[in-house]
Design a protein around this ligand. Structure first.
Ligand code: NG1
Ligand code: MG
Length: 502
């Protein structure tokens, strides 16, 4: 089994068109083009910010930024090939002033560039940045859960690094460092994000998905699919319900981050785990501290077996602590603070760095989702790794196991994490009827795309069925390229890179 390779024939034409348009705009050719891909998350949703491992795959859709270095000034000019996005021009302020102002509440496209630019310069303490003439071209659909935002931030970090190369002489950051810088940078845009998207965009290797761990440090391991079995395909289908995370964060994404942080603190208190003075503690640290405290012994179990056992035990603990009548169906902010042993102001200071709005805080259902979702990630990875050496394995068995985990993930996102929506429910159910072994939302949810596991030889009829039963029904005017871009199979792409030469 290999993952299907679908060559985007227009890629080469797009690169040369970008150079041609660049020359028209700035009267010279670019010095280099930086590229960062979007990603599809195969499994592990809303658990990166709780410290747990996730399993995404970089896709072919990407962000390109063509850059010419301006040695005569520090001014940055940025345009987008898509002229609906207005150009940006600024002369950077001093390092102490943060180089460039970012107004997350303004929700402008260029914030993502500014975030990457600023994050990189701050991290590497660049004194007088070189000027940059930039032209961006993006093919990752926005608001689709395919991480157009991180592709852009990572590409800005990558482009800025390359443009400031002469200043950085001898201390060019590694890809790993660039991933860490990109994770921090994107927070300037106003979301309290995990790190999956930036790590995947920068560190992915060809022909593989990427298992990403965050705690205690960022660590990535490629995950392969056996080439000895019939090929598998991951088909992405967009509901076309856009969910702009930056806009909805206070009532959705950032609210979930706060719920999981509150749950972690309260669980730690009940389990007698020391809470650091900073208060910073996520659900993965609670798990680690608990099993260290009770002296857990893995006794001849594999790492995956031990992890699964621990995660199942955490599920019982969540039942015990949060499954009581007064907490199970949600608590007020005041009640959550009381359970956390903090005043409302103290809780806010420790755990809420961005505005949120919510009446009910669902400690029980969010913690249940996080621990069970991580269990599925461990099982998914373990199943893929065992399949690499299991000669007698039938494709049907493997596909059903992986698909079953994806379906269970979707159920949990829907019923415990409340990050699905009617269109995602309809499209994932349809995908299963159309022959997918598994189908789930991908990315933050509340709209955006689904990912379905399909045997490669069935992809054309699968896509035809989705077009007929979903797109023709809900989006009858969607045709041609726009339709091809809404539903497609994507091969794993490699991570970010910078290409020099014309
Ligand atoms: P998208 O789908 O790109 O909005 C977000 C976060 C991830 C992760 C997923 C949910 C950012 C940049 N991305 O992705 O870190 O938490 O949601 O699994 O914040
Ligand atoms: Mg995003």
């Amino acid at each position: 089994m290999s993952v299907s390779v679908v060559v985007i024939a227009s890629a080469r034409a797009r690169w040369s068109n970008l150079s041609i348009q660049f020359e028209k705009l700035y009267g010279r050719l670019p010095d280099f083009i930086a590229r960062s891909p979007g990603r599809v998350n195969l499994i592990g949703e809303h658990i990166d910010y709780a410290g747990f491992g996730v399993l995404p795959m970089a896709i072919e859709d990407d962000c390109l930024i063509a850059v010419a270095i301006d040695h005569s000034s520090s001014t940055v000019k940025l345009s987008n090939l898509n002229t609906k996005y207005p150009p940006l021009e600024f002369t950077p302020k001093t390092a102490q002033e943060g180089y460039v102002s970012i107004h997350p509440e303004a929700h402008i496209w260029s914030n993502y560039f500014s975030a990457g630019y600023r994050g990189l310069l701050e991290e590497l303490k660049v004194e007088v940045p070189k000027g940059m003439l930039c032209l961006m071209s993006g093919t990752v659909p926005t608001g689709a859960g395919l991480s157009s935002s991180s592709a852009f931030v990572c590409c800005a970090v990558n482009a800025t690094t390359k443009a400031q190369e002469s200043f950085l002489a001898g201390r060019m950051p590694s890809a790993h460092e660039l991933a860490v810088i990109s994770i921090r940078s994107e927070r300037y845009v106003g979301t309290m994000g995990g790190g999956m998207d930036q790590a995947c965009s920068i560190l992915s290797k060809p022909k593989s998905a990427l298992f990403i761990e965050f705690h205690p440090v960022l660590k990535v391991t490629p995950v392969f699919f056996p080439t000895t079995l019939p090929p598998i395909a991951f088909v992405i289908a967009d509901t076309l319900v856009t969910s702009d995370k930056a806009v909805t964060a206070p009532v959705r994404y950032n609210l979930r981050v706060v719920e999981t942080r509150g749950a972690a603190r309260i669980l730690a208190m009940r389990l007698g785990i020391d809470i650091p003075a900073s208060g910073k503690l996520h659900l993965k640290q609670v798990l680690d501290a608990h099993f260290q405290k009770i002296g857990y012994q893995a006794e001849g179990k594999t790492e995956a077996e031990a992890d699964i056992e621990k995660l199942a035990e955490m599920d019982h603990i969540v039942e015990r602590v949060f499954g009581t009548d007064d907490i199970r169906s949600g608590v007020s902010y005041a009640k959550m603070c009381e359970l956390a042993g903090l005043s409302e102001d103290e809780f806010r200071r420790l755990y809420i760095q961005q505005p949120i709005r919510g009446d009910q805080f669902h400690l029980y259902r969010r913690a249940k989702h996080v621990y069970s979702e991580e269990k599925r990630v461990v099982q998914f990875r373990d199943t893929c790794e065992k399949a690499m050496t299991n000669k007698g394995l039938q494709a049907e068995t493997l596909f059903s196991q992986l698909g079953g985990l994806m379906n269970a993930s979707q159920d949990s996102c829907h019923s415990l994490f409340d990050c699905s929506c009617d269109e995602l429910e309809e499209l994932t159910a349809l995908a299963r009827r159309a022959g997918a072994y598994g189908s789930r939302l991908t990315g933050a949810g509340w709209g955006g795309a689904t990912v379905s596991l399909v045997a490669e030889d069935r992809v054309p009829e699968f896509i035809a069925c989705l077009k007929r039963e979903f797109y023709a029904k809900h989006h009858p005017n969607l045709t041609g390229d726009a339709l091809e871009h809404a539903v497609f199979a994507s091969a794993p792409s490699s991570g970010a890179a910078t290409f020099v030469g014309r």
